[in-house]
Write a protein that binds this ligand. Sequence first.
Ligand code: IPE
Ligand code: IPE
Ligand code: MG
Length: 252
Amino acid sequence: MAFFTSATQSIPSAAEIPKHIAIIMDGNGRWARKRFLPRIAGHKRGVETVRDLVKQCISLKVDYLTLFAFSSENWRRPSEEVSFLMGLFMDALKREVAKLHQNNIKLIMIGDRSRFDAALVAKIEASEQLTANNTGLTLTIAANYGGRWDILQAANQMQLAAPQLAGHYQEDHLTPYLSMNYAPEPDLFIRTGGEKRISNFLLWQLAYTELYFTDTLWPDFNETAFNLAIESYQKRERRFGRTSEQLSEPNV
Ligand code: IPE
Ligand code: IPE
Ligand code: MG
């Protein structure tokens, strides 16, 4: 398997469509509250946003779309909301996977599955297997995911695989064990819903990602809002520690 090395070693041009977009889909609850609806109504509408966004990513030829659906901290929510979200995840898989497959999308779930019930784990595994050989958009859903959990589980695997290197590990020893070892690091990070924080999403992989925060609530994050995020990205200059002048020189 070919692993991606850190994006900090080569400079992807920001003028292009980002290859990998990672999104914290936030604001479902507030969207519902504004309409005097229960929070779960916002989550339901949020699924529609995901469906539209996937279509836009296909037409823009984005290679990787990674969505934060449930954090390792979201178990702290009221149990009825947690159960509803688990049910919604299961329903969405049942309803959408055949369509994802028809559209040549590869679906991958990252996160700790040990707290999910057996039926959900089986559905996730079947969905991943069905779409494993697809070559279009790679859609990653982060569920019961935490960036610290990811780094720790990778460190533990690395230590078991190469105990003789203890005390001398390099970044490249760790990265093959991170959950997203199949993807380059995100070029663009988007968080909807107004909060300006990472909330334990991809901590290692976001080191040099361009960050974009918008007040738009997730159910309202339509094509126009998505295009604004991409336009903002395309105006950025990605330097990865270098100076602006160096970027115009060959072979930096
Ligand atoms: C994001 O929306 C969805 C999940 C975390 C599952 P929220 O449910 O966090 O919505 P707000 O932040 O309360 O508006
Ligand atoms: C982050 O949203 C996680 C997901 C979108 C799945 P939250 O709404 O749970 O984030 P915090 O806790 O307010 O930072
Ligand atoms: Mg929230």
